[in-house]
Design a protein. Structure first.
Length: 517
């Protein structure tokens, strides 16, 4: 279950209410399965097989604020300059930040800030000491004090915290638009020495954007600037519904050389958007044929190579991508699932009527598994984690056998990204179940699976503030997603880079360059 907000993650009251509704439905309305033997698919604990954040990436913390004594006896000349290269770049590209004109050993603080779509300010700072040449180079120097530790070119971005909010951990950053600004200041104590701005964008110059509202489809198509035929990607969001954030991710993919359609498939908490009116309100009984119709439409578009099309999704969108590709094996040449599922789960219907499947095929609901929560899920004073309820659901061997996603039918390579600290559902376990099934049935493709040990249910494109691992709900309640900032920063960069490499290998075309720390 994915609860990312507009452009990134969470903090939607309607999303929270949907989670509450699911929990209440499953806990009180659905029959509790009788004790059964643990399903064969659920016997292996996968978290121990995740990639650890490299030791050089995660280092001991430094004090947040420099002592007043650090600033004494320094005079600071008039030739201090701040440069950032490039000053305008895609959101997923790193920037080299450099201060010059200092005296050797002279300390300065770099302060970075930006706004999100709710006009919250996010900020971070780091205090450095100039090297023997009077230079501070963020790409090769670690701060002595500040919001992050270690050498990280993009540490001032991913370490940003929301300012002036009640619960920083539950206030996720979401981009204010397709283009946004980061303000960078160089300070000596509180005195401004230099200033510059960075422009970050979701789409490269020349990428075209077309709103799709035809043939029953709702989405946004992005196409690369060049007139050549390009491989294409169908991009699906999760249980938040609507058009975002998959539209932003489609824009980034187009910037890397792929025609990409960010597809909406139900309204979710964007139900007040009139362009979504024709879609189902709830994530329940969504026809798999809708995704195939979208893929066929995408293949017919000028500039699209119809023989090289992938489908990718996050969380419930990953579930949709995998089951669609399994039921329509020849439709795609690559399948990618972030925080995937190995089974079809119950839909999310806010308690409106009896439970049903998330998906239908030929007008009939696909068999599904119910998550099974208990009172321990709702421990007073603790963020609610749903992962145990989904684990419990996988123990229902009979339901799992009927609802398993038969990934071996997919006539294309499969890539899975999961999170070792996922508190929404057990994505590492389900990724391993899928990979075990593919291997046991001799799937004739180069399938890949990567799990990130310290990350939670929100591995997204880099580089973004990654402060949040819970979401505020109604008063007195919050919901756990898991993950630590440093682990997210590594997972975002590494997974996105591997994903671009996978697309390039599976579809051809595109670019794979994502770097930085």
């Amino acid at each position: 279950m994915n609860v990312r907000g507009k452009g990134a993650i969470r903090s939607s009251v309607l999303t929270i209410l949907s989670l509450i509704a699911v929990a209440v439905i499953v806990l009180f309305a659905l029959p509790t399965p009788k004790p059964v033997a643990v399903a064969a698919m659920a016997q292996t604990k996968s978290e121990g097989h995740c990639l650890a954040t490299p030791a050089g990436f995660s280092v001991p913390a430094v004090p947040a604020v420099a002592p007043a004594s650090l600033w004494t006896h320094w005079r600071y000349g008039a030739s201090i300059a701040l440069t950032a290269t490039p000053v305008s770049a895609l959101m997923d590209q790193p920037v080299a930040i450099r201060v010059s004109g200092l005296e050797p050993g002279e300390p300065v603080t770099l302060h970075a800030s930006m706004s999100d779509y709710r006009k919250h300010t996010f900020a971070a700072q780091a205090t450095f000491v100039a090297d023997a040449h009077g230079i501070v180079d963020v790409t090769r120097q670690a701060p002595r004090y500040g919001s992050y530790s270690g050498v990280h070119a993009m540490g001032l971005v991913w370490a940003m915290q929301p300012q002036g909010v009640r619960n920083p951990r539950a206030t996720g950053w979401s981009p204010p638009g397709a283009t946004y600004t980061i303000w960078l200041d160089v300070l000596a104590d509180q005195r401004l020495l230099a200033h510059t701005t960075l422009t970050r964008t979701m789409k490269a110059p020349g990428v075209t954007r077309t709103v799709v509202h035809e043939d029953g489809l709702v989405g946004v198509l992005y196409k690369p600037a060049s007139p050549d035929r390009h491989p294409a990607v169908l991009v699906l969001g999760g249980s938040e519904g609507g058009l975002y954030p998959q539209v932003n991710e489609a824009a980034l993919l187009a910037s890397h050389g792929y025609a990409a359609l960010g597809l909406a498939y139900f309204q979710g908490f964007q139900s007040d958007d009139p362009q979504l009116a024709q879609l189902p309100k709830l994530l329940e009984n969504i026809p798999l044929e809708y995704f195939i119709e979208a893929a066929d439409w995408l293949k017919r578009q000028p500039g699209v190579d119809p023989d090289h099309v992938a489908i990718m999704g996050w969380s419930k969108g990953a579930e949709a991508a995998l089951v669609t590709a399994a039921e329509f094996p020849k439709a795609f040449q690559g399948v990618i699932g972030f925080m995937p599922s190995s089974v079809v789960w119950a839909g999310i219907n806010y308690g409106e009527g009896p439970p049903s499947s998330s998906w239908t095929l030929h007008g009939k609901p696909l068999p599904w598994v119910n998550p099974v929560f208990d009172n321990s899920t709702f421990a007073p004073g603790k963020p609610i984690a749903f992962v145990a309820g989904y684990r419990n659901g996988l123990n229902n061997a009979a339901a799992v056998a009927k609802s398993v996603i038969r990934a071996e039918r997919i006539e294309a390579p499969v890539m899975l990204i999961s999170a070792g600290d996922d508190r929404i559902w057990p994505s590492p376990l389900m990724a391993r179940q899928l990979m075990h099934r593919l291997a046991a049935r001799h799937h004739a493709y180069h399938d890949q699976s990567f799990c990130y040990a310290g990350a939670g249910h929100a591995i997204l494109p880099p580089w973004r503030p990654v402060n949040d691992n819970v979401a505020d709900g109604v008063p007195g309640m919050s919901f756990a997603f898991g993950g630590s900032p440093t682990a997210y920063a590594f997972a975002d960069r590494d997974a996105w880079s591997r994903m671009l490499t996978f697309l390039h290998a599976s579809l051809g075309g595109g670019t794979t360059r994502v770097s930085g720390r």
